[in-house]
Design a protein around this ligand. Structure first.
Ligand code: GLN
Length: 491
């Protein structure tokens, strides 16, 4: 067995050539051999996972079929699976046992997928590098001196390193797409509402989405169809209008596809190596008959400010529930207010505290109109930019980040520099649009991702377009050098 694509493993399982138990055992072995270097995993329980794998094998032998039956997957540790902890990457929740299954997890479990581990992340999903995890940063398998990107750092590293063919992350302003571009994997942020957030620890509720991660769009399609659809436990959830064609994803016809290139995304800030890699990828698409058109999203320059004002405001409200009374760590103090203050002081990291303070300020009397309300208005303008663009193009193609994976420590002292890594990923979430990142090539031996953004609820079209690109390119099949040297991939 080698590092597989989920679609190939799916066939092997259905044909009886592979067993879920063997695949899950392989995942566990690779985690054991890789973790000394990568630190992508926060928790696992071999006996639970192997027992679930044996159940999946029983179902397969009984003739049952599902897109994910028997496939191993890994979960960001801000998603509840009652089998293990849900730490959210924070000391305040260290070792906290998840009390129930998130809807997306419950749906994967019901369809027979097997969770093998909980993955590292920036604390409460706040960050762009993975370095804000309270439990040490995950490393990029392409260069372990560099960050994997965040906040779904461990989930993306898990897929890139072959721990599992599928993983779930969450994406509020880029958290599956940014690390996917830094680690050469594919990640989808669905249309807002397509995946239930019930059981996902809330960061910024008007922006949070669950995001599937895999090596290819075809693999993501397997998991998406099982998880998508309305959930009475999340009032913002909606049905995906189209789920047929997801088991055997077909490539979108590229001839005549109108691809918009927003000129604001290809401006000065973009590193030259990223730009030339993207140009080569776009040429592949235009050689197949896609029409490249320049478009303008003029309010893009307000996106970072808008996102960080709204995000921090919602964070300050959502995180108030971690007070030592109901969950996790509790400081000892005689007065209640001291207990709450000490719990939060001891349990939360510096980036989380920074956002709570910024958000509380934005929402405070006298400043609410100047910051929060103004950001809401800018959000509408950003959304209208996209609506206008989609009158003339079918899909947008953009960079994912201005640069490639950066060295550890290079941005942790400068929060603004860290926030700017998100310049291209925060806009689509503000408008609720589906977007994905997929491998586009390499510069200086580091992966570069390309982002596709589609109109609301065109998630399947987006996957089909990515699949068309992946049917004629090989970048998504490239694996990190660390892992080319043998059965235990030399880690
Ligand atoms: N990097 C962005 C932030 O720090 C996005 C995080 C996310 O999508 N969870 O807010």
């Amino acid at each position: 067995m080698a590092v597989g694509m989920a679609v190939d493993w799916r066939e092997g399982l259905d044909a009886g050539d592979l067993s879920s138990e063997a695949l899950v055992q392989q995942s566990l072995d690779w985690i054991t051999s890789g973790e000394g270097r990568l630190r992508a995993i926060l928790a696992l329980d071999e006996s639970i996972s192997l027992a679930l794998a044996r159940k999946a094998d029983d179902r397969l032998r009984a003739g049952e079929r599902s897109p994910v039956l028997g496939l191993p997957f890994i979960l960001k540790d801000n998603l509840n699976w009652s089998g293990l902890q849900v730490s959210c990457g924070s000391r305040i929740m260290e070792g906290y046992q998840a009390p129930y299954d998130a809807t997306v997890v419950a749906r994967l479990l019901a369809a027979g997928a097997v969770p093998v581990a909980k993955a590292n992340l920036d604390e409460y999903a706040m960050g762009s590098s993975g370095e804000y995890s309270a439990f040490g940063a995950a490393r990029n398998p392409w260069d372990t001196a560099r960050v994997p990107g965040g906040s779904s750092s461990g989930s993306v590293v898990s897929v890139a390193a072959g721990y599992a063919p599928l993983a779930l992350g969450s994406d509020t302003g880029g958290s599956v797409r940014l690390p996917a571009s830094f680690c050469n994997v594919t990640a989808l942020r669905p249309t807002f509402g397509v995946l239930s957030r019930y059981g996902l620890s809330a960061m910024a509720s008007s922006l949070d989405q669950v995001g599937p991660i895999a090596r290819s769009a075809a693999d993501i399609a397997l998991a998406l169809q099982v998880m998508a659809g309305r959930d009475p436990m999340d009032s913002t959830s909606v049905d995906l209008p189209r789920t047929e064609g997801l088991t055997h994803l077909q490539p979108r016809e590229l001839k005549g596809l109108r691809i918009g290139l927003p000129k604001e995304y290809f401006s000065e800030g973009l590193e030259p190596g990223v730009r030339s890699t993207l140009e080569a990828a776009l040429k592949v698409l235009s050689d197949q008959g896609a029409e490249l058109r320049e478009v303008s999203l003029p309010h893009t320059r307000y996106a970072i400010d808008t996102y960080y004002l709204l995000c921090t405001s919602e964070v300050s409200s959502n995180l108030s529930r971690f007070d030592g009374v109901r969950f996790g760590h509790r400081a000892s103090a005689t007065r209640l207010t001291d207990m709450i203050a000490d719990t939060r002081d001891q349990g939360l990291g510096s980036e989380v505290k920074r956002r709570i303070l910024l958000g509380a300020f934005c929402l405070s009397k006298g400043y609410y109109d100047a910051f929060y309300l103004k950001a809401m208005k800018a959000r509408t303008l950003i959304t209208q930019d996209f609506e206008k663009a989609f009158e003339t193009v079918d899909v947008l193609a953009t960079p994912v980040s201005p640069g490639t994976a950066f060295p550890f420590g290079s941005k942790t002292d400068d929060p603004l520099a860290m926030y700017l890594a998100d310049a291209y990923t925060v806009t689509a979430p503000l408008a609720g649009l589906p977007c994905l990142s997929m491998p586009a090539g390499f510069t200086n031996a580091l992966p570069v991702g390309i982002q596709l953004i589609g109109p609301a609820l065109f998630d399947v079209m987006l996957l089909e377009t990515a699949h068309a690109f992946q049917s004629i390119t090989h970048h998504h099949r490239d694996t990190p050098p660390l892992f080319r040297t043998g059965a235990n991939h030399g880690l």
